[in-house]
Design a protein around this ligand. Sequence first.
Ligand code: F3S
Length: 62
Amino acid sequence: MKIAVNQDKCSGHARCYAADAELFPLDDLGYSAVTEEEVPAGAEDRARAGAASCPERAIAAI
Ligand code: F3S
């Protein structure tokens, strides 16, 4: 599984970070620092939960 963040949609709500700071780090301006990352084995549910937390639907967990 991968997580991918659409940087054009990210508005800095940081709910992904609140859900899982390890999988969804922020940059210095408070926007998602993730572009596309492989999800570690066993972290798939955390990735899905973080993706679902984004009100802009900027995160894909695929
Ligand atoms: Fe951005 Fe959504 Fe996270 S707006 S900071 S990807 S909750």
